[in-house]
Design a protein around this ligand. Sequence first.
Ligand code: 9MR
Length: 371
Amino acid sequence: MRDYSGHWLAKHIDRRTFLLAAGAAIASARVSSADESGETSLRQRAEKKGLVFGTQVNAGPLFSLKPYQDAVLRDAAMIVPENEMKWRPTQPTARQANYFNAERIAKFAEDNTLLLRGHTAVWHQNPPAWTKDIISGDDGEKLVLKHARELIEHFRGRVMEWDVVNEAIAPEDGMPDNLRNWAPYNKGGIDFIADCFYAARQADPKAKLYYNDYSVYYQSQGLRRDAILVFLEKLKSKGAPIDGFGIQSHLIANAEFDEAIYRRFLSEVADLGLKIRATELDVSDVRLEPDIQIRDTIVAAHTKQYLDVLFDEPAVVGLVTWGMTDRFSWLHEGWPRRDRLRQRCLPLDDNFARKPMWYAIADALDHAPSR
Ligand code: 9MR
């Protein structure tokens, strides 16, 4: 094992992170020496605590690469399609919807008794090209609502939980209520977002309805935390049928994480009567040096530190990782490392072997208070 008192680490991580990292390294070394096949799955560890462990899946590899499918089935009790339910792939032309891949994933969930999350009905980033002029015109809100209704209705009774609206808050855009500068939000404001939730409730009365957003974890993200809290409060006060807040959890190893601030934020969300799910957990290692062992150790330590705080909040119902394996992470393209090395951001490595991050999730689940 590497000497962790080394010069690079001393310079790059604070004492607390160092101690956590060293602890995680020892824990993972201990666990990984056990018989791998005898390992209790993340799914079982979560179930024991009344939590749900899930992961995002992509239809391409899911239906063509057996070891990937096996890895998903080994650990996940819930799946969410990475892109297959988004507007662009499901309605490439105005005339006809194409649910082929979304259906395959829904059927896979049913065949394997997995819970299915729906992602996502309303998102500024993913409307198909043909909607562009309509969305910025007078009928924009109507079109977005129609899409949300049709999508959710199509999967009625099969999706346990929908990300009805995704990423609507962008304080940096300088718009009223900190809403993102997107035509339907500019015109309809929070009332329009409330309408999206009403439409979703009508389309599938049994599905849980979530608002999903990112960047609320770190010390520097106070503006977004405050904006989202005020937004959720307004949405609730308008009577919008919202059940939960999805915290994406795209983490960054070595970013400054203040446990007390995050605990307070989670409890403030819970005070609004909302459930909380971490919906897209991964840990970017872009800020870390190339050494794989060091990256894995710090990524695992950060995962554990984050999840310990998360699971302490009784309103938290579970955790979904944004992929099971480094092999298919969006981060390689979405946020490449400067040295072009592949990121080590998910529980399993490129060849589906468990990494320290897997053991960190296992450990956090084992220590989570029971629901
Ligand atoms: O991982 C997804 C990537 O494959 C897509 O190209 C991208 C655009 O549709 O979306 C990625 O997933 C995003 C998710 O839908 C919403 N939160 C941020 C995720 C990472 O960008």
